[in-house]
Design a protein around this ligand. Structure first.
Ligand SMILES: Cc1cc2nc3c(=O)[nH]c(=O)nc-3n(C[C@H](O)[C@H](O)[C@H](O)COP(=O)(O)OP(=O)(O)OC[C@H]3O[C@@H](n4cnc5c(N)ncnc54)[C@H](O)[C@@H]3O)c2cc1C
Length: 445
């Protein structure tokens, strides 16, 4: 494990325009930021206009630019300002939904293809990092803990299924008597160790992707919020306050931040907020007690807790969700009890940073990819699994635009269920459902 002892001060990110700054996260404080890109101005035209500068938009732009397309990326704030610069950095294998569910919903053959695509997505992330020499603290292995006794048999069963039916031998189970070899955390009954998973510094990865996009010849405009997309028969006109872009195709990659920009796809997803804290740097002994393998770690609760160590030995711990458009007044106070329930030994540890982000979920937790009227492609709803799957979605859309792509057809052909209730009632019915399941998390471990 490589430890860096860089002294990181709070508020040390320099911004050319403070109105469009990153949230006060440990990620922003520890990243070399992209040189600020200008806003789009005047009348422009291109083959493809990508809206959204997160993993999905940037991966798409990169693959399109490499295929020789002229590409304009429009980001409302700064690249990586959304979930791609704020997340837990876990790069998990497979899809967000488990293989048993996928087999039940779509049949065994399709489930197998989806598993393959999930593995390829992890590989794509690592290849992009290597090819573009992105320094983003890439690490290996995820450990998933059963937070309730009743979850153990399901996890055991999933391991056996993956090993036998999918020939996936990078995954193993660890019984409760040996869990202290994996963490000093309390309250766990079983561990699933997946050596095929990766983890990384999410904002560094995103900024590295943006630099690769610019190097490949695409134009990236920041502080360029799209206000309108007018779809014509064979092209679209995309407008910001200061620019009008005529494009043969548009790619919408706004995910949890889509808002009411494009109503035809809005009710396929539901935006929810999730929160993370970063502790002060831990001493070496504490850090290796908490995470001896330097893996990414998570638990099996419905509102999942997830954590990992930073290069300077902070614990980056995510936990807790809200379903309104408001964040808690104090994110550190909101997340602290979840952290201490697992690591009571950190009761006196300072929390230096707390931040939140918005992601989009779908009803069956599978990504929502598609194309509207042959002109507007979209990718959203990665349901907390977007580091690999949003990156892959960008590649698939690029391939679909370039010359058609079977994997894009596969994912876009999956039945995506709209959230009931239309724009006004969508949120109350989701909130009721989510609160029910999060309440179950608190009943008996
Ligand atoms: C707290 C948190 C923790 C998470 N942890 C993990 C994890 O550990 N592992 C994992 O796999 N996934 C995780 N996720 C999910 C993952 O971060 C997302 O699925 C992924 O980043 C989505 O990428 P994206 O490009 O689709 O969207 P985003 O990164 O959200 O990018 C969308 C961009 O679109 C821009 N935009 C929106 N509207 C407009 C407009 N009108 N004009 C121009 N630009 C616009 C936004 O400013 C934003 O930058 C987490 C998410 C959160 C919030």
């Amino acid at each position: 494990m490589v430890w860096l002892f860089a002294a990181i001060k709070r508020h040390n990110c320099t911004m050319s325009n403070p109105k469009h700054s990153y949230p006060d996260s440990w990620y922003a404080a520890s990243s070399r930021l992209l040189t600020a890109q200008s806003s789009a101005l005047g009348d422009l035209s291109c083959d493809v206009c990508v809206v959204g500068g997160g993993y999905a938009g940037l991966s798409c732009a990169l693959h399109l630019a490499k295929a020789g397309k002229s590409v304009v990326v429009l980001e409302a704030e700064r690249v990586g300002w959304g979930a791609s610069g704020r997340n837990g950095g876990h790069v998990g294998t497979g899809q967000r939904a488990d293989q048993h569910s996928l087999e039940k919903w779509y049949g065994k053959a399709t489930a197998r293809e989806l598993w393959r695509l999930g593995l390829e997505a992890v590989q794509l992330v690592t290849e992009l990092i290597t090819e573009n020499e992105i320094d983003c603290e890439l690490g290996k292995t995820n450990i998933h803990f059963a937070a309730k006794k009743s979850h153990v048999s399901e996890l055991r069963d999933e391991i056996e299924h993956l090993r036998k039916q999918y020939d996936y031998d990078l995954i193993t189970g660890v019984e409760s008597s040996s869990l202290e070899e994996l963490t000093s955390g309390v309250g766990f009954h079983y561990g699933v160790v997946d050596h095929g998973a990766r983890h990384l510094h999410p904002l560094k990865f995103c900024i590295g992707l943006a630099e690769a996009v610019i190097a490949a010849g695409a134009s990236v405009f920041e502080t360029s919020r799209v206000k309108d997309i007018a779809v014509r028969r064979d092209h679209a006109v995309v407008s910001t306050d200061k620019a009008t872009i005529r494009a043969q195709k548009v790619v919408l990659a706004c995910n949890g931040y889509l808002g009411d920009l494009f109503p035809p796809i809005a009710s396929n997803i539901m935006p929810i907020n999730n929160f993370i804290v970063a502790t002060e740097p831990l001493d070496e002994a504490t850090a290796s007690r908490i995470n001896p393998l330097n893996a990414s770690l998570s638990d099996s609760l419905f509102v999942i807790n997830y954590w990992k160590l930073s290069e300077d030995r902070r614990l980056i711990f995510g936990g807790g969700e809200t379903y309104s458009d408001k964040f808690p007044e104090s994110i550190t106070d909101f997340v602290r009890p979840k952290l201490l329930a697992i690591y009571p030994e950190l009761a006196d540890t300072r929390l230096d940073f707390g931040w939140g982000g918005t992601l989009a979920i779908t009803r069956n937790r599978m990504p929502d990819l598609g194309v509207h009227k042959g002109v507007v492609y979209y990718a959203q709803g990665f349901s907390g699994h977007g580091v690999p799957t949003a990156t892959m979605a960008g590649k698939l859309i690029a391939a679909a635009i370039d010359c058609g792509n079977d994997d894009f057809d596969l994912i876009s052909g999956l039945k995506s269920l709209k959230f009931p209730g239309g724009p006004l009632l969508r949120r109350p019915s989701l909130v009721a459902g989510m609160l029910f399941y999060s309440l179950r998390d608190r009943l008996g471990r």
